[in-house]
Design a protein around this ligand. Sequence first.
Ligand code: NDP
Length: 392
Amino acid sequence: MTKTITILGSTGSIGDSTLDILARAQAGTYKVVALTANNNAEKLAAQAVKFKADFVALANPEKAGDLKRLLSGTGIEMGVGPQALIEAASRPADFTMAAIIGAAGLEPTLAAVQQGNHIGLANKECLVCAGETFMANVKAHGATLLPVDSEHNAIFQVLESDQPAGVRRLILTASGGPFREHSHEQLKSVTRENALNHPVWSMGAKITIDSATLMNKGLELIEASYLFDRPSSDIDVIVHPQSIIHSMVEYIDGSVLAQLGSPDMRTPIAYAMGWPKRINAPVQRLDFAKLSGLTFFEPDTGKFPALRLARQALETGGQAPTVLNAANEIAVAAFLDGQIAFLDIARSVEQTLEKAAADKAFLQAPKTVEMVVAVDQAAREISREILYMTAL
Ligand code: NDP
């Protein structure tokens, strides 16, 4: 049977890997319903033509003319602006890959959730900024969330979810990023180029910077808490530089179950696309005789405060995860733009959280998408003020 599929954020790194699996599948296995992007009209149009999509949506309306010209004569329908992304996500599809970067993915991903089908969730930020609302929607609409983040996908694969009382803890592994062995002094002078050079994973720019600050692991900690309904105290993080073990679950009898594989996102993507069946992924196979060794270290939250801040935000609850995520998005964009130093990222997130905490509503979790968006916008304002109007 042909599976219908939509990819939100098809022009990004996860989008590329998803389409790579699709391209290698037997003809007739998949039918592409919709693809979306932000600015990249050329790539979106080329993907749409190659994969015979029914509909494409571009978030940036200024590129409407380009997209129209590129699709002229193809018969592919198009839309631009935020509403077009919602339309793409709302068209019936058996499987939707949610791979927009950042909180911008929240509303389209929720629109897909509301169709009640299978969602491959790569866009962790939408769960971080709207955890309660998001999971309530998943439940209300009977959607099936299939985690794509490699750590959560690993846990999903080894978690005996029918006996939660048997689970002692979830253990998220972290590569440690490119600066694991840097001193605090060395971290002061790392450049954008250093930070974009991840030792193991090849990913989009924002998540690569998040990996370097360890904020990525912090966002994943919050993501895991919502996805698997576990408090912060049940989730540990361990640095494992080889990224062969993608995460583990420890049970009360002392058993630890892990999922292993090459560090290639096409494995968790294929798992989500095929679920509940296994499908082929064109990844390098593990050769145990050639593995140089698997090592593990405690994360250094003194040197990488972002992980500590994320754990605090999860434990504080209320608006804290939404504020943390928004402040981090602003700071990472500023770092990528050459406006701030590497260490300013976590510093400004901490100051944004402190300032936002003065609001008496801070401890109340936003209950609707509108409330999430309002908290997100307010936090972005505070963060910009801290970054651009004050000395950090
Ligand atoms: P990329 O930056 O490579 O791609 C992001 C995609 O989202 C692109 O299609 C981009 O379009 C689109 N996009 C960006 N901004 C907007 C916006 N404001 N509105 C609508 N669409 C937008 O990101 P990744 O593929 O690396 O990551 C995607 C998600 O998956 C993230 O949440 C990330 O944390 C998660 N993830 C990624 C992994 C990886 O290996 N890359 C691993 C695990 C999780 P355009 O091309 O036009 O800019």
